[in-house]
Design a binder for this molecule. Structure first.
Ligand code: ARG
Length: 483
């Protein structure tokens, strides 16, 4: 019989039903406030953990059987229920919640098992808490995404390597401080981003390895009072090991923050790449052509072809960085062990995973389809300012100390600027001899960007041979991860 609450009415029969559907309704006299229900429900977003919840529940049921909590018939009934539910969901999430939806994915699976397997389901929460369930589900969910992310990384690396190989000889100005510095190639520039992505990929992999730990058997916070083989449970889940402190196991979310960091840094890398390519596609630079499929137009200006794909990639990096901050602040000052605040980890995590995956796929499309305006590149690469360092290097080859060579070339450049920003190679022979007495004028006049590029034939350097060799390595690497 429902008691009258302090200052409140007795439970109505309808409300009683509602409370009974919960996993925890027993001690409550009155139904949950609608405002709390609304903010408390997580099924609308944690339903994507259903597959993980089913796997965790199956392993837990086996451990309960070993601990003598379930008999063989009960375990068999639960297994059938789990099989049925898994087959029904077929790797996808349960349908979007309608009215009367369960509070969370844990309640959902419980309710479905109750319907399919009967009272055996009521024993499942022996020694088990949603605190450890959600920690386990998140870990399994992240590990499940590994192959998909691998494929996306491989596709983008392949696209960048292909672009680099094709354009290893398209010389463009390389910049430092936003100023033209030395010649590089479009291919060398693209491979710089491939290296960043390789590190992002490796960080994702390492973070996954670290989070492959099972909290099962931790209970709500203190550990299950059962003969429960936790290491066996971890192995059955395909995880590396069982956690070693039950408070930590249910309360820690640094694995979430770490994934956020990996994705945020990936987003930041992609945003830097996007920014470079947006500039390169603009008229002021002009040597990159974004494919129509990855650009949009203006409703007002008929001539416009806007690099929206790249702008959105750049913009999404803000979300990824913001979500990282949210996951850190969520943990700040949170007392042990589990607190409901932690439910807020999921929307941001799912958002970052979806966003990062979409950005990787979009970036691969942009990179694979981009073209080059070789004429515009050649025009920019013809700037003689790009040759100044190589001129000093030629003097060094003639025995001049670099510091002195630097000063000589600096004076020559100043004289060329004074002569109306002239090409120093075109100065009269007598002038060249005055500034660079150690060097035949013919050597000065023969300098060009392609030659400067070819001279950087050093591991990691801008020479086309180096760029092609690294692009081939990346191709092989990406092909391996594709299989
Ligand atoms: N929905 C919760 C979360 O996402 C699951 C754990 C709830 N535990 C609890 N004691 N209410 O964190």
């Amino acid at each position: 019989m429902a008691e009258a609450g302090i200052g409140g009415a007795a439970l109505s029969p309808g409300a009683e039903t509602t409370m009974a559907e919960k996993l925890w309704g027993g001690r409550f006299q009155r139904p949950t406030a609608a405002e709390l229900e609304r903010i408390s429900e997580s099924f609308s977003f944690d339903r994507r953990l259903a597959g993980a919840e089913i796997r965790g529940t199956r392993v837990h049921a086996h451990r309960l059987r070993q601990a003598g909590v379930l008999d063989a018939a009960e375990l068999a009934a639960l297994e059938r229920g789990l099989d049925q539910l898994a087959a029904e969901l077929d790797g996808g999430p349960p349908p979007a919640p309608a009215a009367g939806a369960p509070e969370d994915v844990h309640t959902y699976v419980f309710q479905r098992l109750l319907a399919a397997a009967g009272d055996a389901a009521r024993k499942l929460q022996t020694g088990r808490s949603r605190n450890e369930q959600v920690a386990l589900d998140l870990r399994l969910y992240l590990l499940d995404l590994r192959p998909e992310f691998e494929r996306h990384f491989a596709a983008l690396l392949t696209a960048l390597a292909g672009f680099a190989e094709a354009h290893a000889e398209i010389v463009i100005p390389g910049y430092t401080h936003g100023q033209r510095a030395q010649p590089i190639s479009l291919g060398h520039h693209a491979l710089a981003y491939a290296e960043m992505l390789l590190r992002d990929r490796e960080r994702f992999e390492q973070a996954c390895r670290r989070l492959a730990v099972s909290p099962l058997g931790s209970g709500a916070l203190a550990g299950a009072p059962l003969a429960y083989d936790r290491e066996l449970a971890a192995r059955e889940l395909g995880l590396e090991r069982a956690s070693r402190n039950s408070l930590d196991a249910v309360g820690d979310r640094d694995f979430v923050a770490e994934i956020h960091f990996v994705l945020a840094q990936l987003g930041i890398h992609l945003s830097r790449w996007a920014e470079d390519w947006i500039l390169y596609a603009g008229a002021e630079f002009g040597w990159l052509i974004i494919a129509d499929e990855y650009a949009t137009g203006s409703s007002l200006m008929p001539q416009k072809k806007n690099p929206d794909a790249l702008e959105l990639i750049r913009g999404k990096a803000a979300r990824l960085a913001g979500n990282l901050m949210q996951s850190l602040v969520l943990q700040k000052g949170l007392p042990l062990a589990y607190n409901r605040d932690l439910q807020e980890d999921k929307p941001a995590l799912f958002d970052s995973l979806d966003t990062a995956r979409d950005c990787l796929a979009l970036a691969a499309g942009v990179a694979a389809s981009a073209g080059v305006d070789a004429r515009r590149a050649a025009r920019a690469a013809a700037d003689p300012a790009l040759l100044a360092t190589d001129l000093a290097d030629l003097l060094v080859e003639r025995g001049v100390a670099f510091h002195a060579a630097h000063a000589q070339v600096g004076r020559l450049i100043a004289a060329a600027l004074a002569a109306g920003d002239a090409d120093f190679r075109a100065l009269p022979e007598a002038e060249l001899q005055r500034f660079l007495p150690q060097l035949p004028a013919a050597d000065v006049r023969a300098l060009d960007a392609a030659r400067c590029l070819a001279r950087r034939d050093i591991l990691g350097g801008a020479a086309p041979a180096q760029v092609r060799a690294r692009a081939r390595e990346l191709h092989r690497f990406a092909a391996r991860t594709d299989n």
